[in-house]
Write a protein that binds this ligand. Structure first.
Ligand code: ZN
Length: 237
């Protein structure tokens, strides 16, 4: 059984070919400023290009694939992205758009839940029955397992711990509220703090930052990272 997994992040898209639970080929691309201006078209085009790229690399055709699974940030219901503030997407039926070009069954789910399920089946949560999984990226996503089962609330989005207000009248969040956990503890929050120290524009990718940091032996940056971790622990524990 060969499947394709698509990971839509806040600043990048990744596509992998999955055989028996293992990624056998992978390609990804960062989303730039222009992509974000026309995010729907950029996502659809990027995903299709990357799928073609991994299929070519693996000498496979689309007919060899059984299913495409998509992970995206935000609230996903009935295979539709209902609300993804970090991507600026609302009520976007990305599957119908992709199926205009790729005629395969597709499913989409919240990215934190996808990551949590992967950890539960294959990784660090394998032996934990009751646990909370935090997905710290551009925003902060979460999933909760009780008695080994992923909790899926019926009416609400789920465990949007990133949008739990931890600071009254705090930093403005993209969801519209102020003082959300992710405005203090997400990778975006860390990037903004580091951009401040480096005196650079904060519109850069995580990949750019990690490459840049290799060039800096900067005590100030170490201090920012220490403060961020300390802040994270204090605010969450
Ligand atoms: Zn928020």
């Amino acid at each position: 059984m060969i499947r394709i997994g698509v990971d839509i992040g806040g600043s990048h898209v990744g596509v992998g070919i999955v055989k028996n639970g293992a990624i056998v080929d992978f390609a990804d691309r960062d989303l730039n400023k222009e992509d974000r201006l026309n995010i729907k078209e950029a996502l659809v085009n990027t995903i299709i290009e990357l799928i073609n790229e991994v299929l070519d690399d693996s000498n496979l055709g689309i007919s060899d694939i059984d299913l495409i699974g998509i992970a995206a940030p935000g609230t996903i219901k009935n295979n539709i992205i209902v609300k993804s503030p970090n991507l600026g997407l609302f009520n976007f039926d990305i599957i119908s758009e992709l199926q205009k070009t790729i005629n395969l069954p597709m499913q989409i789910r919240n990215d934190s839940k996808c990551a949590a399920i992967a950890e539960k089946y294959y990784g660090s949560l394998k032996n934990a029955d009751d646990c909370v999984f935090l997905c710290i990226g551009t925003g902060i996503g979460a999933a909760v397992f009780m008695d080994g089962k992923l909790l899926e609330p019926k009416r609400y989005a789920g465990f949007e711990i990133g949008h739990m207000v931890i600071q009254k009248g705090g930093l403005q969040c993209k969801c519209g509220k102020k003082g959300c956990f992710e405005t203090y503890a997400s990778m975006r929050a860390l990037k903004m703090r580091i951009a401040d120290v480096l005196g650079i524009d904060n519109d850069f990718t995580g990949r750019y930052l990690s490459e840049k940091l290799l060039d800096f032996n900067n005590e100030k940056i170490e201090q920012v990272i220490d403060e961020y971790l300390e802040d994270f622990k204090i605010r969450f524990m």
